[in-house]
Write a protein that binds this ligand. Sequence first.
Ligand code: NAP
Length: 362
Amino acid sequence: MSTAKKLCALGSHRVLEPLGVLPQVAHRLDATPAAHANEILCDVEALNIDSASFRQIVEASDGDVERVRAHVLALVAERGKHHNPVTGSGGMFVGRVREIGAALAARSDLRPGDRIASLVSLTLTPLRIDAIERIDLATGRIWIRGTAVLFETGPYARLPDDLPDDVALAVLDVAGAPAQVRRLAEPGETVAVLGADGKSGILSCVAARARVGPSGRVVGFGPDPDTAGARLLVEAGYVDAFVRADARDVFAILAELPEALPDLADVTVNCVNVPGTELSSILMTKDHGTVYFFSMSTSFTAAALGAEGVAKDVTMIVGNGYAKDHAATALQTLRDHPPLLRYFLAKYGATAVAVTPVSAQV
Ligand code: NAP
C-alpha cells in the first residue's frame, strides 16, 4: 500500500481522529485492509471480546444476540477498532496472515498463511468486519469475516498445533494474569483471588498454588461455588478454599475474612468482570501487601482514594496484560495440568460451546 503519510512504528499513521495521538487513545482509526510497509495484514477468523466489555455489551443489549451483533458492527464501523467506550477495553483476534509489508518481510518470522493470535488489544488494532458469522454469548467469542492490522511493535503468538484455537484464544487473552502472579507471590505467602472461577482467575490460582507451595495458602472468591470452575479449583487443590462472595458487597467480604483470611492476603488478585470491587480487594490485603488489579473494570480513582480513605498502605498494580513469555508459559501451564486442560476444552473448545448462528451480513 503506498502512502503519503510518514509511517510510525507505533501505528499513529492509522489515526484518523483526533490527529496527534497514538491508536489506543484515538477515537477513530483507518482500518483499510492493505498493509503499509511496516504492517502485517491479517484475515480475521474470530474475536475474543474482553470479558468486562462483552458483559457490558450483552447487558446493554438485554442479552439479545441480534442486538449484540448490531452493537459490535456499529462500534467497529464507527471507530475502525473494537474499543468499548464504556469499559475502555477491547479483546484480541485470531486469524491468518494475508500480507506482510515490504519493510517487515525480511525481518519478520511470519509468512503469509501463518495462523496467529494477536497479543495486543483490539482497542488499538485497526479492524474491519465484513460479516459476523456466529456469536457465543457464554464466552464472548465472535466469529467474523474481516481484516485486522498489526503494527511492527505489536506482539502476537503463533497458534499451537496441539490445542484447539478456541482454547488457545481463551488462555492467551488472559495470559498476563498468571505471569504477574508468578512474579508477585512468594513461597509460603497467602494469595486471594477475586473472580477466581473465570479464565484469568483460574489461571491465577494455578500460578499462585505453584508459587506459594504447600506452606502457602490460596483462597478463591466468587459468586457461586458450584460452577465447574470453582469445583475444579477445589477438587484439584489449586485453592485451599473457595468462598462464595459478591466482591461488590464490601460488608459481605469483610464478614468472610476472619475465617477465610484470618491474617489477610499478602497478594490479592482482582479478576472480576464487574465494576465496584476495588475496596474489597484493598481490605482483604495486609498492610504492605500487594493488590494486582487485572480487571478492566477497575477505577483508578476508586482504588487510590479508597485505599487512602481506609488508611491501607498497600501497593496497587495496574494489570499490564503483557509479560515476557507470558503466552508460551500460559499455554504450557495447560499442558502441564490435565484437569485444567480438560476444563478449558470443555468450556472453550469450539465443539463444546453452544453458539448462536448469525446470518445477516453488513
Ligand atoms: P471471566 O472468565 O468472564 O471471569 C470473570 C469472573 O468474575 C467470573 O468468575 C465471574 O463469576 C466473576 N465475577 C463476576 N461478578 C462478580 C462479583 N460480583 N464478585 C466476585 N466475582 C465476580 O473473565 P476473564 O476473561 O478472566 O477476565 C477477568 C477480568 O480481567 C475482566 O475484567 C477483563 O476485562 C480483564 N482482563 C484484563 C486484561 C489485562 O490485560 N489486564 C486482559 C484480559 C482480561 P460468574 O461467572 O459467576 O459471574
